[in-house]
Design a protein around this ligand. Structure first.
Ligand SMILES: C[S@@+](CC[C@H](N)C(=O)[O-])C[C@H]1O[C@@H](n2cnc3c(N)ncnc32)[C@H](O)[C@@H]1O
Length: 274
């Protein structure tokens, strides 16, 4: 049992793991998960659509020569983790995972012990808001070379930061630290421009998430776009996840929302530091 584990409250990482069919969740997480599934039936598809976006985005980066990744709020390992997706295209790729939830970190350690390469893959237990420490520790692992472009992922995590945490400043600090050529991958929940039915369901979902250790804070697309700063957006820009590189594979669950992409309530994109 990892230390620091809070089993008195449901946790977003473990609820997400439940949605994705994983085993790193407890009864208290499944109780909230079931309530969420009842209130927001599309949420499970949304989680899978998010994983598919992550898959397409990582492959996009590898094809453009990005072979090292820093995955912030990486979650509990599931199918298609960043290092696995990258390794398929570039067997020498590197990845540092970072998460705050002890269970997610413990599971990542087990996975990497069994299937990773300690010289190329590692996981840190850290709070992504502690930018200087995360960066210093990630570089100190020796897995990342800070002089070469990095793929920095903040996928489905920034909406778990409280607006008072200075999310824009956190994103800006990471952008400043990244070497030129780096790619910033973000997906984020929004309730703006979402069809009425899904919007009211997700509003109930946000209320339920308040019961977990990680309340969710969806934002207006302009706020999310701001996290990319002056980075050049890869086409088609910040869009509904099913609309991002539709023809790049990893589209099984996304296809269900192809005609109604905003129903997933998730925007995503990649920005490049030129
Ligand atoms: C919904 S999961 C997303 C997992 C993965 N990025 C993905 O998209 O499949 C959100 C993750 O962010 C983590 N998280 C939330 N706040 C965090 C913080 N301040 N620092 C690091 N990780 C955090 C949670 O523990 C959880 O594992």
């Amino acid at each position: 049992m990892p230390t620091g584990l809070d089993l008195d409250h449901p946790n977003a990482a473990r609820v997400y793991d439940y949605f994705l069919g994983g085993t790193a969740n407890w009864a208290i997480d499944r109780m909230l998960g079931d309530k969420l599934l009842e209130a927001v039936p599309i949420i499970q598809t949304g989680a899978r659509v998010n994983r598919e976006f992550l898959n397409r985005a990582v492959r996009y980066c590898v094809r453009r020569g990005i072979t090292q990744f820093l995955d912030l709020g990486s979650g509990t390992p599931t199918v298609g983790n960043v290092h696995e997706v990258a390794d398929k295209l570039e067997p020498g790729s590197r990845c540092v995972y970072v998460d705050l939830e002890p269970v997610a970190v413990a599971h990542a350690r087990i996975l990497l012990d069994q299937h990773g390469d300690p010289e190329r893959h590692t996981v840190l237990h850290a709070d992504l808001r502690d930018v200087k420490r995360v960066w210093k520790d990630a570089v100190a692992t020796g897995v990342l070379d800070p002089s070469r472009p990095i793929g920095l992922l903040m996928v489905s995590v920034l909406h778990f930061l409280h607006p008072q945490d200075g999310v824009a400043e956190v994103a800006a600090e990471y952008r400043d630290l990244l070497p030129p050529g780096s790619h910033l991958i973000i997906s984020h929940a929004t309730l703006d421009a979402v069809p009425d039915e899904e919007r009211s369901q997700f509003e109930r979902g946000v209320e339920l998430y308040r019961l977990s250790g990680n309340p969710a804070h969806p934002h207006h697309p302009d706020v999310i776009r701001g996290y990319f700063g002056d980075f050049r957006m890869v086409r088609p820009g910040l869009v509904w996840l099913p609309d991002w590189h539709r023809d790049a594979g990893a589209y099984h669950h996304s296809a269900r929302l192809a005609d109604n992409p905003s129903a997933c309530c998730f925007l995503g994109g990649i920005g490049v530091k030129d």
